[in-house]
Structures are given as structure tokens and as C-alpha cells.
Ligand binder design. Structure first.
Ligand code: GLU
Length: 285
């Protein structure tokens, strides 16, 4: 795995998942990333986060390119598509595995719900209840037997071990300042899913390093995820970028814009006659 060498120039990226047409919130995020690079005379990259084969569709990738080009954005070619880089994620998993930080988890969603229901106090993290740890306690022979028998499994990070190996970590957000990394809030996160041999946390961390991203810009909804990314960087010996988590756009009633709000897609606004300049004014970039 050859990681890009640290560079002084600013490299930003926009990293959408092609599960629908881009909406106004995406337009804001893409413009925010591109402007940050442009102001610093840096580079702006596009990355397609399409590890979820069941939800991602090629026509949405074409839609992303069309919408960004219409907005007047220029990104460096070729864009990276995560689905074409599973070897890179495999290599990162091997590395974590060699450090004794991964374990196979055979639990189904129903198993996890049952375990949580059975425990007196189920701790919650930013993504919901924490994994109660049943498979962390499996005997190695038992785990190996179930793996060999073809039972599907995810790979989870042994968070307690990972935190012990990495020690205290901080990261820098351009608005929030220095932030103490609290990856432990997430418990034993999944790094390779049963259906996909990677996960959002792993792929985003590996890719930002491989692409030499120096400033990760994205919405505040992903602020807490950065705790996990900072930990993975430390465990994988990756360069540490800066972050800028930006505000989230809301509709008139204060609700966060989401993919279900069809009216707010860039495509529909374009079709209704809006110009790129008007859209920029609307989102305030
Ligand atoms: N693919 C993620 C999304 O569409 C964004 C990932 C990131 O910026 O780190 O929400």
C-alpha cells in the first residue's frame, strides 16, 4: 500500500455515495470542499463511496458528475471509486489483524437486539447501542471452526485493545479546534461487513490517506465518526489531516435536508430553471 507523501498544499475531497441524486446539502458540501481547495490554491478530488453494491447505482454516479459539472466544479481525474479498491482495504485489515485488533463477529442483527435486551444497562454510542461483545469472548478454536464452516462473519475492532495500543489522541477541526479523540464511544465498530469486505470507517480512512487528502471537509453529522478515523490512522500509521465539519442545511421547518426530499435535488432545481449562481446564493457558498 503506497500512501501519498505528505504535501504542504491543501487537498480536499467530496465523497458522496451514489444512492440517489445529489440534493442541496450535497451541493453545499461539494462547493465547500472545492472552495477550501481553491482559496489555498490546492487540489479538489471527487471520490465515489460505492461499497454498498445493493444501494449504489451507476446512473447516480453519472448524475453526480453531471450535477457537479453544472455547478461549475472541476475535480481531478480519475475520480476514485471505492468498489474498485477492495485490495487496499484488505491490506489495512491484514495490518490490524496482525496487531491482534480484529475479531470475527457472527452475530445477526436479531442476535444483537436479543443480547442488548438481556443486559440491564446497554450503553449507547453515536450510532446507537454498542455491540455487547458476545463474539469478542468466543474461544479462538470456536471462531476458527465457524469461519471454516462458511458461516458469514463481520470483522470488528477490539476497541479496548485498540485504545490501549494507540494511547490518547487528538485531532484538529478548523472550527472546533483541538478535539480529544473519543473512539471508545463507538464500542467495537465493524471494519468489514458480512456482505462487503470493508466499512465506511475503514474505507474513508484508507482512502483519505491514499489520496493525500490534507483537509477533510464534511457535514457536522459526521463529526463523531472522526474519533474512529483518528484512531484508525494511528493504528495504521497514516498521515493525519485536518478536518472542517461544516453546518448542515435545513429546510424552512428546520429539518435537515436528506435524500428523501426529492424537490431539493440539484437536478430538479436545474430543470425548474435555476442557474448555478442562484443555487450558490441559495446555499450561501
Ligand atoms: N460518503 C459519505 C456520505 O455520503 C461521506 C463521507 C465523508 O465525507 O467522510 O455521507
Amino acid at each position: 500500500m503506497g500512501y501519498a507523501s505528505p504535501m504542504t498544499s491543501v487537498i480536499t475531497r467530496f465523497a458522496p455515495s451514489p444512492t440517489g441524486r445529489l440534493h442541496l446539502g450535497h451541493a453545499y458540501s461539494a462547493l465547500f470542499a472545492a472552495e477550501a481547495a481553491w482559496r489555498a490554491d490546492g487540489r479538489f478530488l471527487l471520490r465515489i463511496e460505492d461499497i454498498d453494491a445493493g444501494r449504489c447505482r451507476p446512473e447516480f454516479i453519472a448524475g453526480i458528475e453531471e450535477d457537479l459539472a453544472w455547478l461549475g466544479l472541476l475535480w481531478e481525474r480519475p475520480m476514485r471509486r471505492q468498489s474498485q479498491h477492495m485490495d487496499d482495504y484488505r491490506a489495512a485489515l491484514d495490518r490490524l489483524g496482525r496487531r491482534g485488533l480484529l475479531y470475527p463477529c457472527f452475530c445477526t442483527r436479531a442476535d444483537i437486539v436479543r443480547q442488548i435486551g438481556a443486559s440491564a444497562a446497554a450503553p449507547h454510542g453515536p450510532d446507537g447501542p454498542l455491540y455487547p461483545g458476545l463474539c469478542r469472548r468466543l474461544l479462538p478454536e470456536e471462531a476458527a471452526r465457524r469461519q471454516a464452516s462458511g458461516e458469514p462473519f463481520a470483522l470488528r475492532l477490539d476497541m479496548a485493545q485498540a485504545l490501549a495500543q494507540a494511547g490518547p489522541l487528538v485531532w484538529r477541526d478548523l472550527e472546533a479546534g483541538e478535539v480529544l479523540a473519543e473512539a471508545g464511544l463507538f464500542g467495537d465498530v465493524v471494519l468489514a461487513r458480512k456482505d462487503v469486505p470493508t466499512s465506511y470507517h475503514l474505507a474513508v480512512t484508507v482512502d483519505d490517506a491514499l489520496q493525500g487528502v490534507t483537509l477533510v471537509t464534511r457535514g457536522r453529522d459526521l463529526f463523531a465518526a472522526t474519533h474512529v478515523h483518528r484512531l484508525l490512522q494511528a493504528l495504521l500509521d497514516l498521515p493525519v489531516p485536518q478536518w472542517h465539519h461544516h453546518r448542515l442545511l435545513t429546510d424552512e421547518s428546520g429539518r435537515r435536508l436528506a435524500k428523501r426530499d426529492k424537490a431539493a435535488t440539484i437536478e430538479s432545481l436545474r430543470r425548474s430553471g435555476m442557474t448555478p449562481a442562484e443555487l450558490r446564493r441559495m446555499v450561501g457558498v
